[in-house]
Design a protein around this ligand. Structure first.
Ligand code: NAD
Length: 646
């Protein structure tokens, strides 16, 4: 039995665990355990959306139970406090855990560069908790300001300062600029009183992006009213303001510190020395200096196999890793985490199987930065994009990531948070996809549709469609003169049909063509699909026992009617109603008069059975049952969260 432990459920840890699961899915001799203090994986790249009130806190959480429910990865919610590398043991708050192989992915933490007051008097944006705390603080500041009669204090309360114009800072700045309006409206504050300030030490924002993108972003920020101070390093931070180089003071109750990150403190305290002290004295002088930096920055060094330089069975991935590829240290970005994790997982597998390891080779695709919900800049695969396209690219990349992590469920939830359930039009398409209709407005359409199917059933029964001697005549919902396949109409039926046709023609003669045309089939007879359906009816259905067929159709219609009226399995009934309608349309029976039934069948799919219907009880029960099902776990077709069994 080989035990592989993964420390950290971030981008690197999750990717390593998923890759290891894929490799060892059928190998019962390998045990994979992922340790994290949180029961969820945090979508770090979207934290600003939560902090800036755009999306709800749950939008950045993907539960580990969901990600690993259908896999061989065992998730352990535990805070690891130390690692005894010699004994191959993880020390946690609740116990000790032996391992044969360890993947270290504990992540990074904000870097304060020893600036006085920076850590104590600023908000960071590097964890779920950070985002939630900051969001609450921003709302509280508006509340406070709305009660504050003193103008100077009010100004300070309404001045929000972002330190650092890297990716995190710019994304947070964008959210503040966008949230300002709705917050002012909510708390009755004049927008002119609010200042959104950016302070950056260097002369440029977003230095790793091409010049054109930097310029476009600057223009956008100016348009939105951001106050930008470039070439302005912060030298001191206090609770009520900051001092910048040269002594100028910016009075502000809120400083959001996004001036870069280093490895996490936990990693810095571990028995990692950069290699030398453990007898692997392959380090030259340059590397020894590097070692100093590593320890200072709390990052752990690896070789090209992502194997720590001192412990062969320990692999390092993600933000905590220090590895130089062609003399360039890997950047602390998501792509690094994913690619180093995959490399580490493959090399652990190679070690277990006695195969040769593969060296790391990076393959970066680019960067995307959103500034609010509608503007973004992207430099991806050589393409330079601004605005709508850049934003679309960011969403696409997020969808791709989430598909890999937790399939359709995670993508659906992302779509909900970013397009379907948005506040104040804060989505790329504004409110266009977002306005929700309360379910009670769907009740009349559900009952109406059910009633029409009742009418159809009664008409067929009483007109004698089920009687082989009578057979089908025209129906209220069919175009005049149309009769069912497989039936040669007796004379009276044919006469009845032609009478209806004559009435329609007479109406047309009286100049009410439009009304008359409502009784025409929706699809013309010469349409390929209609002709194909006709062929199917003449050659296949015609050979089926007519009475049996009619009983089946009428029975089906009756079941749909009852389900709709009772609000029972309404979604299924809606689909069935739609199938019947489309079937009749293709057969050339359905007229424009009855087209509304097609539309109503779609409308009831939106949970119409949950108001005054049995679905109010059935659906939650069904959800619970399905979410505990193995198939849902394996395919990620959960409805919401998986069911956890004790
Ligand atoms: P960063 O290192 O990218 O940027 C920090 C900025 O703060 C720099 O521009 C720096 O000049 C400035 N700064 C430093 N000290 C300062 C001071 N005393 N006063 C004023 N300004 C100061 O940091 P980040 O934005 O926190 O990002 C951290 C890492 O996460 C980076 O590697 C980044 O690429 C990555 N990240 C990526 C994305 C994305 O891909 N969309 C999003 C967020 C973060």
């Amino acid at each position: 039995m080989k035990k592989i432990a993964i420390l950290g459920g971030g981008y690197g840890g999750v990717a390593a665990a998923k890759t290891l699961h894929k490799i060892f899915k059928k190998d019962k001799d390998v045990e994979i355990t992922l340790f994290d203090r949180n029961p969820f994986h945090t979508l770090m790249t979207e934290l600003h959306e939560v902090a800036g009130g755009r999306t709800e806190p749950e939008s950045v959480q993907v539960s580990l139970a969901k990600i690993f429910g259908g896999t061989r990865v065992d998730v352990k919610i535990e805070t690891i406090t130390d690692v005894k590398f010699g004994d191959k043991v993880l020390v946690g708050k609740e116990g000790q855990y032996a391992y044969d192989y360890l993947v270290m992915g504990p992540g990074a933490e904000p870097e304060y560069f020893g600036i006085p007051g920076a850590k104590d008097h600023s908000f960071s944006l590097w964890s779920y908790d950070d985002a939630v705390v900051l969001r609450r603080h921003i709302e509280d500041q508006f509340l406070k300001a709305s009660r504050e009669p003193n103008a100077a204090r009010r100004r300070r309360e309404l001045t929000f300062t972002v330190a650092g114009a890297g990716f995190t800072g710019m994304e947070m700045l964008g959210e503040l600029l966008e949230w300002k309006g709705p917050l002012c409206h909510r708390f009755g504050i004049d927008e002119a009183e609010v200042s959104i300030v950016l302070v950056e030490a260097m002369t440029e924002i977003l230095p790793i992006l091409p010049k054109k993108l930097r310029e476009n972003t600057m223009k956008f920020l100016a348009k939105k009213g951001a106050v930008i101070h470039l070439n302005t390093p912060i030298t001191e931070v206090r609770a009520d303001g900051i001092t910048v180089k040269g002594g100028h003071v910016i009075e502000s109750d809120t400083l959001i510190w996004t001036c870069g990150v280093r490895g996490c403190e936990f990693a810095g305290k571990l028995d990692f020395t950069g290699g030398k002290e453990h007898g692997k004295s392959s380090l030259n002088e340059e590397e020894t200096n590097l070692k100093f930096n590593i320890l200072k920055k709390c990052r752990l060094r690896s070789n090209e196999f992502m194997q720590s330089v001192e412990y062969d069975n320990v692999y390092v991935v993600g933000d905590v890793l220090w590895y130089s590829e062609k003399n360039r240290t890997l950047p602390q970005v998501v792509e690094t985490a994913l690619q180093t994790a995959e490399c580490a997982a493959h090399n652990i597998a190679a070690d277990i199987k006695g195969e040769s390891k593969k060296p790391f080779k990076s393959n970066y695709h680019g960067f995307m930065v959103s500034v609010g919900s509608k503007f973004a800049v992207a430099h991806v695969m050589g393409m330079v994009l601004t605005g709508f396209m850049a934003m679309a690219m960011k969403h696409l990349v997020n969808f791709h990531y989430l598909w890999e992590v937790a399939g359709v469920n995670a993508c659906w939830e992302y779509a909900q948070h970013h397009f379907f359930v948005v506040k104040n039009g804060r989505s790329q398409v504004g409110n266009q996809l977002a306005n929700k209709t309360p379910t009670y407005w769907l009740l009349p359409i559900r009952v109406g549709l059910g009633a029409m199917w009742v009418v159809e059933v009664l008409e067929k029964v009483f007109k004698g469609w089920l009687d082989p001697a009578k057979g089908p005549v025209s129906s209220w919902m069919f175009s005049p003169g149309v009769v069912q396949a497989g039936w040669t109409p007796p004379e009276d039926a044919a006469t009845a049909a032609s009478e209806v046709a004559e009435e329609v023609a007479a109406g047309a003669e009286q100049g009410i063509d439009l009304l008359a045309s409502m009784a025409n089939p929706i699809l013309p007879k010469d349409l390929f699909l209609v002709q194909w359906m006709q062929w199917f009816m003449d050659n296949v259905l015609a050979n089926v026992n007519y009475v049996l067929l009619q009983y089946m159709v009428v029975g089906f219609e009756g079941a749909v009617a009852l389900a709709l009226l009772g609000g029972t399995f309404t979604w299924v009934a809606g689909v069935a109603s739609l199938v019947l309608c489309l079937n009749f349309t293709l057969a050339g029976y359905f007229t424009w008069n009855t087209a509304w039934m097609i539309l109503a069948s779609v409308t009831v799919l939106g949970g119409a059975g949950r108001v005054l219907g049995l679905d109010a009880w059935i659906m939650p029960w069904l959800h619970r049952w399905w979410n505990g099902n193995g198939l849902a776990k394996k395919t990620y077709w959960y409805l919401g969260e998986p069911r956890r069994r004790k």
